[in-house]
Design a protein around this ligand. Sequence first.
Ligand code: DAH
Length: 366
Amino acid sequence: MAREAFELDFARFDFFNGAVALSKPMGFSDLENEQKALSELRTRHLGKKSALASAKKLIGGVAPDDRPSFARLVQTTEGAIRQSIDEVEKALKEHIDAARTARESIDVTIPGRRPRPGHLHPITLMRQRIEDIFVSLGYIVEDDREIETDFYNFDALNIPEGHPARDPQDTFYTTEGFALRSQTSTVQIHAMQRRGAPVRMIAPGRVFRRDTPDPTHNPMFYQVEGLCVDRGITMAHLKGTLAEFVHRLFGPDTRTRFRPSYFPFTEPSAEVDYSCFNCGGTGCRICKQSGWIELGGSGMVHPNVLRAANVDPEKFTGFAFGLGIDRTCARIYQLDDIRLLFENDVRFLEQFRSFQHSGIRSLEFT
Ligand code: DAH
């Protein structure tokens, strides 16, 4: 009887004997529960309150003739039960060990999860590159306001009210006479007011214009202004400085070209071009077959501008220039739409971790 009860109870462990195949793989905690159940089963069938224990107590009361055979039966039953439980316990332990190993083992052949490191925006890379060059030439970097009064954006730059030069620089106005600056030239005035003369500074930053966005225009874009004011500064200093700048940016073979132009805040004024970094000046797709790429505007600071910033034009002269950062960026990367630089689409930006892919050796930096 004890044996039958045991076998009924024990049947659920059959699969650990290999008697029955495991229908579904058991997890680690399932196996632990099985182990607990088995230990309870052991107490139930071999413990003090088990049927077997009661049978043992009966041995003394059995008729002497039957006693040895009864005792043997009890003994073999106990032995068999114990052996069965021991076997299953052993098998269970092996399963648990295997499950634990499987859980804790690391498959070193699985490809690692790659971190996705971020990087600076191409405009930032370009700005930092420009800053590095001018800082090494003794310039300070000014970071000034984006909201301006008419005085700084126009009047002090020799663009009085009603001057036609205000038109193409139409910007966004707020209340109380403030407007978003339409050019970084405003920083010329702030820098001279703050520092007096002599001064050598560049001012990179955002500017705003009421332009309809198209592949070559965006209502917000980046410029870097340059200003050098000292005693005896001439156009030769301007040409030498910008020539050195493009040498460092695009390589020592880069040439510059100055074309007469007009800006209200400089006299004389010039547009500056540099020989194409791709073809070296012979003409290609990037420079639209002209061999030259426009760098920006420049000139000798107009005496009225010096005066507006309380610098004496009898004592000091200076040169100034304004370059487009995003424009240069778009040229280097051959972007056919400048707006791509402002849409912050990671799929686009990820391609420009550095200038290493631009093919311009002197731009290589990390
Ligand atoms: N501010 C001019 C513009 O936005 C660029 C410029 C031209 C800046 C000549 C200068 C300069 O400092 O001398 O178009």
